[in-house]
Write a protein that binds this ligand. Structure first.
Ligand SMILES: Nc1nc2c(c(=O)[nH]1)N(C=O)[C@@H](CNc1ccc(C(=O)N[C@@H](CCC(=O)O)C(=O)O)cc1)CN2
Ligand SMILES: Nc1nc2c(ncn2[C@@H]2O[C@H](COP(=O)(O)OP(=O)(O)OP(=O)(O)O)[C@@H](O)[C@H]2O)c(=O)[nH]1
Length: 465
């Protein structure tokens, strides 16, 4: 029996629903006979052939373009057969079923099964067509929620991230070779660190790693975005601010306090950075009914998960002592969350110039959702809080997994550096730290990766990818 990752697979490669064109894609070994059975002809390699896609009785299910990519020159590195048909869901299901049937009927054909999510790209990885960071970039390109995220995923897919990791790994390999060679000649140990400039090399690798980390963090921000929670008493202007930032009427705005009963989550973007804005139910201590109480409990949950909290204060209530007292009570609780808090004094257009404003310690921005005053300053401050460096050209997309690996690698290099600074450095320990730092980098591109990690990564792809 074939191992699972050698079994031929088939899936509809295009999105569900109706489209101009839809593609059924087959990947596996020895697909030539299947191609003949489905098209009734010999397909030359990597050429588009227009003709019928035949059912078991020789009747055309559809007419379209057939492409055959013989191994190894294909997306997956195996034989790939594509049927580019008309993009109707039923047509594509018929073609998919026909592929399975044709393979089952002829025992010279390999046993075919439907593909699991991400399985085509997993094969591209297993067959060395893409490394792991590039394979992840395929999914990130498809999932990108802003133009900047798509461009940076495109760069990672083209190998920009992998190349930087490769440069770091090469520098580490050189250093490791020096250290390990010296281990074999113990009498020279003392001179080694001096002669080979091991400390200088280590220092340079660390600096280069830090530069890659900084760019990867930018890339991760483009992928993950920033979660910002709008918090404040009922009627403070949270929903209006969400709508103003989004430039659309997303949340219901009414003069009735307590209009927003549950979280509304909307993704907008600032300079290409996805911003997940969560509008919450207005916070109040003495909620009137059960639904409101539940909404408020969810608001607190959202605040706990936020990357930043925007705490809104209604400037028109600035003189109201009980309003201020309630704000102070909420502030204490928000202060208990770990996210940074930015105070927004709202409805600036209504606040008379003489008003002293809201008195509450912390950073304040005054704004008006109605006139738009202060919104640009808020956007700029949010980007700053996110750690976004403007003009992030050349950023490649990255994931939390990559950041962790880079951090761990850095940790091992720091330990190696400490060892190297000692008078009679233990070279065997130094060698071991360098090896571990090297392994962490290898995990990013998948030089060695556990099956469960691969399952985790490819299981999140869409089917047919
Ligand atoms: N119709 C179609 N469009 C598609 C894909 C596909 O599978 N089918 N892709 C799938 O996601 C992407 C393109 N990815 C591909 C990557 C490599 C090869 C390929 O044939 N590689 C060979 C030859 C390279 C060459 O000619 O230089 C190779 O790597 O050896 C094909 C598609 C996006 N568009
Ligand atoms: N003039 C003016 N009115 C505003 C502004 N922002 C909000 N409002 C008004 O204030 C009222 C409450 O606004 P919302 O955005 O619904 O407030 P909220 O904090 O979401 O309220 P809840 O859903 O009750 O928690 C509405 O009548 C808005 O039109 C502003 O910048 N200027």
């Amino acid at each position: 029996m074939l191992p699972r990752h050698h079994e031929p697979i088939v899936a509809v490669a295009t999105a569900a629903g109706r489209g101009a064109v839809g593609i059924v894609r087959v990947s596996g070994r020895g697909l030539g006979a299947l191609a003949r059975a489905l098209t009734g002809r010999e397909l030359s390699s990597r050429h588009a052939h227009y003709g019928p896609f035949l059912d078991a009785g020789g009747e055309a299910i559809d007419r379209g373009l057939a492409l055959f990519f013989p191994t190894p020159h294909s997306y997956t590195g195996e034989d790939v057969l594509e049927l580019q048909a008309h993009g109707g869901p039923i047509v594509l299901q018929l073609l998919l079923a026909r592929c399975l049937e044709a393979a089952a009927q002829d025992d010279t054909l390999p046993r075919l099964r439907p593909a699991e999510p991400g399985e085509f790209t997993e094969r591209a990885f297993l067959n060395g067509k893409l490394d792991l960071a590039q394979a992840e970039a395929v999914a990130d390109l498809i999932d990108a929620s802003t133009e900047a995220a798509a461009r940076s995923a495109g760069r990672a897919l083209a190998g920009a991230f992998s190349t930087e990791i490769g440069v770091l790994r090469d520098a580490l390999i050189e250093l490791r070779m020096l250290v390990e060679a010296t281990l074999d000649f113990p009498e020279e140990e003392i001179d080694f660190l001096e002669k080979a400039d091991a400390r200088g090399r280590l220092q340079r690798v660390l600096a280069a790693l830090d530069a890659v980390r900084a760019r990867a963090r930018q890339g991760a921000l483009l992928r993950e975005g920033l979660t910002v929670v709008l918090a404040g008493q009922p009627n403070a202007g949270k929903s209006s601010l969400l709508n103003a930032l989004a430039g659309a009427e997303l949340a219901i705005v009414t003069p009735v306090p307590g209009t927003t009963r549950d979280k509304v989550r909307e993704t907008i973007q600032i300079e290409g950075v996805p911003l997940h804005v969560v509008d919450t139910a207005g916070l109040r201590i003495d909620a009137v009914d059960e639904a409101e109480r539940i909404g408020i409990a969810r608001s607190w949950e959202a605040i706990g998960d936020a990357d930043a909290v925007l705490f809104l204060h209604d400037l028109t209530r600035a003189g109201d002592a009980s309003y201020a007292a309630a704000d102070r009570e909420i502030a204490v609780r928000i202060g208990g969350a770990s996210a940074p808090v930015l105070h927004l004094d709202t409805k600036l257009d209504l606040a008379p110039a003489a008003t002293g404003g809201v008195s509450m310690a912390g950073e304040h921005l005054a704004l008006s959702a109605r006139s738009g005053a202060g919104l640009d300053a808020l956007r700029a401050r949010l980007l700053e809080l996110a750690g976004w460096q403007p003009g992030g050209e050349g950023v490649f997309i990255a994931r939390a997994r990559h950041l962790r690996a880079l951090d761990q690698s850095r940790e091992h290099l720091r330990l190696a550096q400490q060892l190297a600074e000692q008078r009679d450095a233990a070279l065997d320990l130094l060698a071991e730290e360098l090896r571990l730092a090297h392994d962490c980098l290898g995990a990013i591109t998948g030089a060695f990766s556990a099956d469960d990690l691969l399952g985790e990564i490819f299981g999140r792809f869409c089917i047919g990818k």
